[in-house]
Design a protein around this ligand. Structure first.
Ligand code: UDX
Length: 459
């Protein structure tokens, strides 16, 4: 099928590349000329395992191109994905101006045939109808341009289109895997023709032709109305964030009563009604989705006269959780002024270079405020140009330089490399070998044998 993806951020680029990989003819549009140039040369602007390889092979097979020309993209695609950012405003609402600009632009360029316009961006509930309205506005504006320039017969044929909501559930660091191995595909819309086209688009994925394990049953496709599909996205993220805040709260109680949250999580996770995933207690959730989506849902509820108390608590527990390692540092080191703290990991989770809403940033800010010197090592940040862009923290290029002279280490990100460091050597380089394991990721006994005082989270 002919596809156009507008916006080559995280979601757009992964969607475009993966759809081209399964055989569709994809044009990706972005208004950032520099980024488009980079992608045209076969380079991915984001770090995501497996993405560059797929991108290059699709480009070689001429199924994937990049352009800044929205008009070219719109006329190419039978299915047009809107995948631009909806960053959070200070109020917690989503900033939808990029979606609006793209919807208007699509309207201005629509000409002829039937198109399905897909909302892939995480937009506020009710945006499907709003996008339809903006596209119509764009079409009307366009038809006003050549005022008096032609007889009605010259007017372009009135295009027809439908808006479909198709939320994504990709995790950073495993986005390619998640695209080919989804738990479900959600399609929100009312026109059977549009839904049929979307089903055709995803057929190879539904049939698990590109899945790791093709013996598992077909991917379920859930067809809903527009608003319900939009709500599925928010409710999924809010549920997962709540699950993490829940286990973090349990961890804090474990700390006080002397229970071990890792064993507790195992025990409750074995109940199939609960499930074992997303029960890792730690330093709190971050990233580009959970913080933004939970706040936006609270805000939407508020707009409609409902106070989302549970979700507000989900956020409050997380805000407190992020400062827990600071409290633990104060407990061990007492005065932090003049002390040196080393952070193992900076990104909000492993296998990504994303620093958005990363718990490390809040920790750095507070440690600076309290007069501590902060150093860090992160497998990606330390090896890239990103290390020069960090403020309030000295980013070291290896773990021994990090450990040198530290009064405590805090494991912030559970990068698998951190399992196998030479902790004995690191302990020897530190002023006082303390380690706060913000992810309950390391082996307490091994760390203690290496000379560390080890502190976990409810563990
Ligand atoms: C999330 C959703 O999983 C995905 O479906 C959605 O499309 C986007 O948001 P992502 O932000 O990439 O994906 O990361 P995810 O792996 O879900 O982790 C989110 C945060 O929760 C991270 O900060 C992670 O460290 C934290 N987390 C996750 C925990 O603290 N404990 C857990 O058990 C799981």
């Amino acid at each position: 099928m002919r596809v156009c993806v507008i916006g080559t951020g995280y979601v757009g680029l992964v969607t475009g590349v993966c759809l081209s990989h399964i055989g569709h003819d994809v044009i990706c549009v972005d208004n950032n000329a520099e980024k488009v140039k980079l992608m045209q040369s076969g380079q991915s602007p984001i770090f995501e395992p497996g993405l560059s390889e797929l991108m290059q092979s699709s480009m070689e097979a001429s199924r994937l191109t990049f352009t800044t020309d929205l008009g070219a993209g719109v006329s190419h695609g039978d299915i047009l994905f809107i995948a631009v950012g909806t960053p959070p405003l200070p109020t917690g609402e989503s900033d939808t101006r990029y979606v609006e600009a793209v919807a208007r632009g699509i309207g201005e360029h629509l000409n002829g045939g039937y198109k399905v316009i897909v909302n892939k961006s995480t937009v506020p509930i009710g945006s499907g109808d709003w996008v339809r309205m903006i596209v119509m506005d764009g079409m009307a504006e366009r038809q006003q341009v050549p005022v008096g320039a032609g007889a009605p017969a010259d007017k372009p044929k009135m295009p027809t289109f439908d808006v479909v909501s198709n939320p994504e559930f990709l995790r950073e660091g495993s986005a390619v895997y998640d695209t080919f191995n989804p738990d479900r595909i959600v399609l929100g819309g009312s026109n059977p023709k549009a839904i049929a086209m979307m089903k055709e688009l995803y057929e190879p994925i539904v049939e698990r032709q590109f899945a790791e394990d093709s013996s598992v049953p077909q991917v379920p496709v859930l067809v809903t109305d527009l608003s319900s599909a939009e709500m599925v996205k928010y409710a999924s993220n809010a549920f997962l964030a709540t699950k993490i805040s829940f286990i973090n709260e349990v961890a804090n109680i474990c700390d006080r009563v002397g229970a071990d949250v890792v064993q507790v999580a195992q025990g409750i996770g074995l109940d199939s009604r609960i499930g074992s995933k997303f029960l890792q207690a730690g330093i709190g959730w971050g990233g580009s989705c959970f913080p933004k989506d939970v706040s936006a849902l609270v805000h939407t509820a508020d707009d409609y006269g409902y106070e989302a108390q549970l979700l507000k608590s989900t956020i409050d527990v997380n805000t407190r959780q992020r400062l827990l390692s600071l409290e633990k540092l104060q407990h061990i080191l007492k005065i932090l002024k003049g002390k040196t703290v080393g952070l193992l990991g900076l990104t909000f989770k492993p296998d990504t270079d994303d620093m958005r809403d990363a718990p490390s940033l809040i920790l750095i800010e507070h440690l600076n405020r309290l007069g501590a010197k902060v150093k860090a090592y992160d497998p990606i940040v330390s090896q890239s140009g990103m290390r020069n862009g960090m403020t309030g923290v000295i980013v070291e290029t290896d773990v021994e330089r990090l450990a040198d002279g530290c009064d405590a280490l805090v494991l912030v990100t559970d990068w698998k490399q951190f399992k196998d460091l030479d902790y004995t050597k690191m302990a020897g380089l530190m002023n006082t070998p303390n380690l706060i394991d913000g992810r309950n990721f390391l082996d307490r006994k091994a760390l203690e044998n290496a000379g560390f005082t080890y502190v976990g989270v409810g563990h």
